[in-house]
Design a protein around this ligand. Structure first.
Ligand SMILES: *[C@@H]1O[C@H](CO)[C@@H](O)[C@H](O)[C@H]1NC(C)=O
Ligand SMILES: *[C@@H]1O[C@H](CO)[C@@H](O)[C@H](O)[C@H]1NC(C)=O
Ligand SMILES: *[C@@H]1O[C@H](CO)[C@@H](O)[C@H](O)[C@H]1NC(C)=O
Ligand SMILES: *[C@@H]1O[C@H](CO)[C@@H](O)[C@H](O)[C@H]1NC(C)=O
Ligand SMILES: *[C@@H]1O[C@H](CO)[C@@H](O)[C@H](O)[C@H]1NC(C)=O
Ligand SMILES: CC(=O)N[C@H]1CO[C@H](CO)[C@@H](O)[C@@H]1O
Length: 639
């Protein structure tokens, strides 16, 4: 989605009562039509033989089926999400973004055979494609016009979705990984107040979920369709912000968490679930709060999917936007800095704070791979600050060995100047590597940069449980037992992890496999304990009620009613567990290991946490006056 951004249009709408589009900066670049791309930017000889799907995650890295690093070096092949600008004649290329009419298909099929385009992708050195689509495209039953697939006659008579199928089949057969991205509902070029601001802007959340379920099912057997990028640039509508955990219908944290779990449990356990932060909140006017939360909220509330090794976070960065700047020029512009106006040091600090920290810290609940799934700049960019920004941004991607996806991959020669591979009307290819493009040096540096490769060692996983507004039963095995404490709010760690931390109020929890992977890989379903029957080896919290797991069992979950402890969920370990324990009180303050491994999981509440070589065997509470049966202490025992 680059240009025009929603907030620009929003500002215009709010302040001028019109949907003023922040028109794209000059876009008519005559990128030199050079001979076909010849440079090979380090692509493996045969990409298809170099990796096997599905993909999953280990700490901050994405790995393939063999556990080898698979860095997403991607670009966005746009078009299927729609290119029409929303007014004017839809059949007139001039009414399409950058004058490039895509006919709801990945751009360029009218100009070059798919195979030739894939050759170009190889030459660029990428290994994966982000493939935006619109909901409208999925449902459009009209065959595409012959002219729109002129260079690919095998696609004649197909619907846009059938073309999408064919493109995915060809692209993955060639070895590229494909990530599906729900970009828009209507087939209109994003963004702005285009009816596509939020996942349920004019359709129900249930419909959004159903469409994803169907799409994920459609490509289920193709293990190179590796990920579902759930929604593009969640942003404000005229009247409402999306939020992170308010528990309402605009709660992006909850919606993405819910759909991610459904995709993994109901359709395809192999998919990576890709979640972008919130792209814009607030009214862009000086004096009113507004900004780009990006992934900042993840620091205190991350996602915990039923499979911890499937979550990837993503964020978008463009130089002309800013942490509090919409990207607009003129109408709707505020006096905030753009990314390209920050010094190199300020830029790096901002990037770290807004997104990159998730992949920098390996011992936190928020630790996940980060995929910068959009960034880009024009070959005709004349602004020195903007060019400097691009070089700095590429430096940062390289320094952090970050997964990326350039926007956009394909263009028409002589139209949009941002694309890196262009085709003219006769199918002649030209691109960033063909000489005369100032971006080539940075691009080459990026795709050939030294990177971690080969086997990625498994690292400890940390996950948090959030019971603020709903259950968080993230264990498949616990889910299979049905409603194990009817009427209570329930939390359970993903299978393979154990509970190690609990908040004094509001029910947040912390899970890990640190020090003991797959402690309960096999064995009976977890059991529910709601009494003191297993408190047999000493009174570890005199005067308090103690719910404790049985011998060689560990806490994997809990339930609460209001703030009161209701039950503990206990899993049978696959081995003998230690019985030496200590009582960790947290009724009057935090009580955690010094380095607080796992990160902040219950901001604003007291927390108790066992050490990384311990497990929680029980929880103590009291109904005494003003204590309200809240969790007050954990029994932590050596593993
Ligand atoms: C869309 O393109 C048409 C034709 O070039 C133009 O008249 C119209 O102003 C454009 N609309 C927007 C919103 O950019
Ligand atoms: C989303 O698309 C459907 C049909 O594909 C349409 O009925 C609905 O109005 C669209 N929503 C918006 C916001 O345009
Ligand atoms: C994509 O998002 C739109 C909301 O704009 C939603 O209506 C549609 O159902 C989604 N499609 C899929 C496949 O998720
Ligand atoms: C999206 O969610 C909000 C908040 O619950 C709700 O008001 C709105 O009606 C929903 N949109 C649709 C189309 O259902
Ligand atoms: C800038 O945006 C950030 C992130 O959304 C926000 O926390 C901060 O308050 C904003 N600053 C201003 C001045 O609005
Ligand atoms: C995690 C990580 O490697 N972070 C680095 C990202 O790049 C900046 C700039 O070089 C470094 O300062 C960070 O340490």
């Amino acid at each position: 989605m680059r240009r025009p951004l929603l907030p620009a249009a929003l500002a215009a709408a709010l302040m001028l009562g019109a949907l003023g589009a922040s028109t794209a900066a000059a876009s008519a670049s005559a990128s030199a039509t050079m001979p076909a791309v010849t440079t090979s930017a380090g692509a493996p000889a045969v990409l298809a033989d170099s990796w096997r799907g599905p993909l999953s995650t280990r700490g901050r890295y994405i790995v393939d089926a063999e556990g080898n690093r698979f860095k997403l070096k991607s670009a966005n092949w746009h078009g299927a999400q729609g290119s029409w600008n929303g007014s004017g004649d839809i059949n007139d290329p001039a009414a399409h973004h950058d004058g490039e009419k895509a006919d709801q298909m990945p751009l360029g099929l009218d100009r070059a055979p798919i195979a030739q385009m894939l050759d170009g992708f190889h030459a660029l050195g990428i290994n994966s494609i982000r493939l935006p689509f619109s909901n409208e495209m999925l449902h459009d039953q009209r065959p595409v016009s012959d002219a729109s697939v002129a260079a690919n006659p095998q696609l004649r008579g197909k619907t846009p979705l059938q073309v999408f199928d064919a493109v995915i089949a060809a692209t993955t057969a060639e070895g590229f990984a494909v990530i599906l991205n729900n970009h828009t509902n209507t087939s209109r070029f994003c963004c702005g107040l285009d009816g596509n601001e939020r996942w349920n802007t004019s359709q129900s959340t249930a419909q959004w979920e159903e469409d994803w379920i169907n799409l994920a099912r459609r490509y289920k057997d193709n293990k190179r369709v590796v990920g579902a990028d759930l929604y593009n640039e969640v942003r404000r509508t005229i009247t409402d912000d999306a939020n992170w955990n308010w528990g309402d219908g605009h709660d992006w944290w909850a919606a993405s968490q819910h759909l991610g779990d459904r995709l993994l449990t109901e359709v395809n356990p192999d998919l990576l679930v890709i979640v972008e932060g919130i792209n814009w909140q607030g009214i862009p006017a000086d004096g009113l709060p507004h900004g780009r939360p990006t992934l900042e909220p993840v620091r205190t509330l991350s996602h915990t999917l039923v499979a911890s090794d499937k979550l990837v976070y993503s964020a978008h960065f463009y130089g002309y936007t800013g942490p509090n700047h919409t990207g607009a020029t003129g109408t709707g512009e505020t006096h905030d800095l753009r990314y390209q106006e920050l010094s190199r040091e300020q830029l790096f600090a901002t990037l770290q704070r807004q997104a990159f920290y998730v992949a920098a810290d390996t011992g936190s609940h928020f630790t996940a791979p980060l995929w910068i799934s959009e960034f880009g700049i024009g070959s005709d960019e004349g602004n020195t600050q903007a060019r400097t920004w691009f070089g700095n941004f590429v430096d940062y991607l390289i320094a952090n060995d970050t997964d990326f996806a350039y926007w956009p991959l394909v263009g028409w020669t002589g139209h949009g100047s941002w694309s890196i591979l262009n085709f003219d009307a006769t199918g002649r290819r030209s691109g960033i590597l063909d000489g005369g493009d100032w971006r080539a040096t940075d691009w080459n540096r990026l795709v050939t940069a030294p990177q971690k490769s080969g086997q990625v060692a498994a690292s400890a996983t940390w996950d948090m449980l959030n019971l603020d507004h709903a259950d968080a039963v993230q264990s498949r095995r616990a889910r299979a037992t049905g409603d194990w404490d009817s009427g209570a709010r329930k939390g359970a760690c993903p299978d393979g992890q154990r509970l190690v931390g609990l908040a004094h109020a509001d029910g947040r929890g912390l899970c890990t496999d640190s020090g003991a992977v797959n402690l309960a890989a096999t064995g009976p379903a977890p059991s529910v304990v709601k009494d003191e029957r297993y408190v047999q080896q000493g009174d570890w919290a005199g005067g308090y009620t103690k719910y404790q797991c049985g011998p060689n069992q560990f806490m994997t979950g809990y339930s609460i009613r209001g703030q009161a402890v209701s039950a503990v969920l206990c899993a049978q370990a696959g081995r003998t567990l230690g019985t030496n324990g200590r009582t960790v009180w947290f009724d009057r303050g935090d009580n955690r290991p010094a380095s607080a491994p796992g990160g902040e999981f219950a901001s604003g509440n007291y927390k108790g946490q066992c050490a990384t070589d311990e497990y929680a065997a029980g929880v103590a509470f009291t109904g005494a006056w003003a204590k309200g049966k809240r969790p007050d202490a954990l029994l932590c025992r050596k593993l």
